[in-house]
Design a protein around this ligand. Structure first.
Ligand SMILES: [Zn+2]
Length: 583
């Protein structure tokens, strides 16, 4: 008598082997012998295997098809023939003998009763153990062996490792998610599914000789409702004796060829030749093991090439509480009313600003409202600038303030470019927001208003108009990848109604602009004046009789006087940086 602890006595009829630990002294004499199953009197081999743990239960394990995923693995590993004791309807099959037709739970009670009657139950206890359940319905899952179509993947694993090394990952660290998955693949890919929603498996079978009929490529087939494109079986000659496949394909079987769709495979040979492999796959990290992995597998099998040059892997979007969102948990946020309220570009900009590449980000409506306000500000800035013509003069008399903002713009372009090259959109998004709102709008626009509104034609007015338009055009082009619609809309309204901003070049730094400017001093000076006027309950346009400014601001004297309505602006000596608006 070999005592076995099991949580699935109803699977006794599907027992195919018994395992003992090779080092377990109690059972060493049984290695290679057979055991007889109770009630069914079936002879099964006793196999020494480390899956049986000496300290667990009685140290003896019953391998049945299938109590759990370990059983599935052991049946494969030990090449045991699966026995289906449970049918697809969830009821016990003929194999179960007297328990045929019972539900799994009913069969468990019945077999336990019979074993007890025969005095075969040594001990019964309540345990806590894991059972697989459906992620959607939470119903228990039974593993039932069924013939399915598989796509070979094990023979391609080494090649896929090479393919992965030919691709550049953004961020680089997320490459490891894919590498770890490839290293863990241990079986081929089951691609046929017994569910309704999906792409049909395009096959028919001859009812007479069971020949499989594969239709020619190029059309979409629905074998469950339409006949095959032939009427005579090519093998046995039977006429119209076909049965259509009713199964569908695994969803990743379709989506894994999306890089062929985007490069017009079979639709435009020239375009495909020029654009395959596709440049980039943008996706979330939760589907690296599926969408990314299967795309690389399928494209390698078809073309012996990587599917993409670059792979961009973002983090998870979480809800306000920082939870992963799922339909079954009911904690998802519907993006549509939010996009209706704030606009898709504000949503995109929020997404870009929320996290560095690869990090998870949390939904926050207040912050989204902040990006909406920023885009409203950009719209207002554009409307203001649109009231001035864009000069065509080649010779410009740029004033120090113009040179200052163009120098700031040059730095913005350089920093944004670094971010875009890393595909880390938080960098250009942040730099653009700070420059546009906190520097360009708050300070430069105020500084040049006097010159820009000058009624007289003056070279300094032309320089102001030129600078305003130069900076705005650069902002729009830098923003276009993140806020494609608003950037294009403003650009068409102001600059070129016929040409999309998205086919223009990335802005280059403005040439021959001195790099050194006292930006902080300038900003602090303006801020202090505004603060002073506020404290004194003065209007911002009210005149100040006399102000002393830091020496370094001397070049901006004319613009500063107009901006703050200063009657007499004097400057400290070189080493005194104090601001004194009222002597
Ligand atoms: Zn046939």
């Amino acid at each position: 008598m070999l005592p076995i602890a099991t949580t699935r006595p109803e699977l006794l009829s599907a027992c195919a082997a018994v395992l003992v630990n090779p080092d377990d002294e109690r059972y060493k004499q049984l290695h290679g012998k057979t055991a007889i199953t109770p009630l069914y009197n079936k002879s099964v081999p006793i196999i020494p295997h480390y899956e049986a743990r000496i300290e667990f239960g009685t140290g003896v394990v019953m391998v049945c098809s299938y109590g759990d995923y370990t059983d599935v693995r052991l049946f494969r590993e030990l090449e045991l023939e699966p026995i289906n004791a449970i049918g697809p309807d969830g009821k016990m099959t003929d194999i179960a003998g007297p328990y045929k037709g019972l539900d799994v739970a009913e069969a468990q009670n019945a077999i336990l009763k019979d074993l007890k009657e025969k005095n075969l139950v040594l001990k019964q206890e309540t345990t806590i153990h894991r059972t697989p359940t459906c992620w959607r319905s939470q119903n228990p899952i039974e593993f039932i062996a069924m013939p399915e179509y598989y796509l070979k993947q094990l023979p391609y694993i080494d090649d896929l490792r090479n393919v992965v090394d030919q691709i550049k990952f953004f961020p680089q660290k997320n490459k490891q998610i894919l590498v770890d998955w490839i290293n863990s693949v241990s079986r081929d890919w089951p691609i046929s599914r017994r569910r309704y929603y999906g792409t049909e498996v395009p096959l028919w079978y001859c009812k007479k000789c069971h020949e499989t009929i594969v239709p020619p490529p190029g059309s979409y087939y629905q074998p469950w409702k339409t006949p095959p494109p032939i009427d005579k079986c090519p093998k046995c000659g039977a006429i119209n004796q076909f049965e259509g496949e009713t199964r569908t394909l695994d969803t990743w079987m379709d989506s894994s060829i999306s890089s062929l769709i985007t490069t017009f495979y079979t639709k435009d040979d020239e375009f495909f030749r020029q654009n395959f492999p596709a440049s980039i796959r943008p996706q979330g990290k939760d589907i690296v093991r599926t969408w990314l992995y299967y795309s690389l597998l399928r494209i390698y099998q078809l073309f012996e090439a990587p599917a993409f040059k670059f792979v961009w892997i973002s983090g998870h979007g979480l809800n306000e509480k920082g939870e992963a969102m799922s339909k079954s948990r009911g904690n998802t946020i519907d993006p549509n009313p939010i996009i209706d309220k704030y606009g898709a570009d504000a949503f995109r900009l929020w997404g870009a600003l929320e996290a560095s590449l690869g990090s998870d980000f949390r939904f926050n409506e207040d912050r989204l409202a902040g990006t909406y306000r920023f885009l409203t500000k950009l719209w207002n800035i554009s409307r203001f600038i649109s009231s001035f013509p864009q000069p065509t003069d080649q010779q410009l008399t740029l004033q120090p303030a113009d040179q200052w903002i163009l120098s700031e713009l040059n730095q913005l372009i350089t920093r944004a470019k670094v971010g875009y090259e890393k595909l880390d959109f938080i960098i250009p998004a942040r730099e653009l927001r700070i420059f546009t709102w906190d520097v360009f709008a708050s300070h430069y626009l105020e500084l040049v208003k006097g010159r820009a509104y000058n009624k007289q034609d003056d070279p300094s007015r032309t320089a102001a108009w030129h600078t305003l338009h130069t900076v705005l055009q650069a902002i729009l082009k830098l923003l276009a990848p993140i806020c494609p619609y608003i950037a294009d809309k403003i650009h068409r309204e102001l600059y070129d109604p016929k040409k999309s901003i998205h086919i223009s070049l990335f802005p280059e730094p403005v040439k021959e602009i001195p790099g050194e400017h006292p930006t902080d001093l300038l900003i602090n000076f303006n801020t202090d004046i505004w603060k002073h006027k506020k404290e004194e309950k003065m209007s911002l346009r009210a005149a100040l009789p006399s102000v002393t400014a830091p020496y370094a601001l001397k070049p901006y004297a004319e613009d500063l006087k107009q901006m703050h309505n200063i009657e007499q602006l004097s400057f400290h000596s070189k080493d005194n940086t104090e601001i004194s608006p009222h002597k």
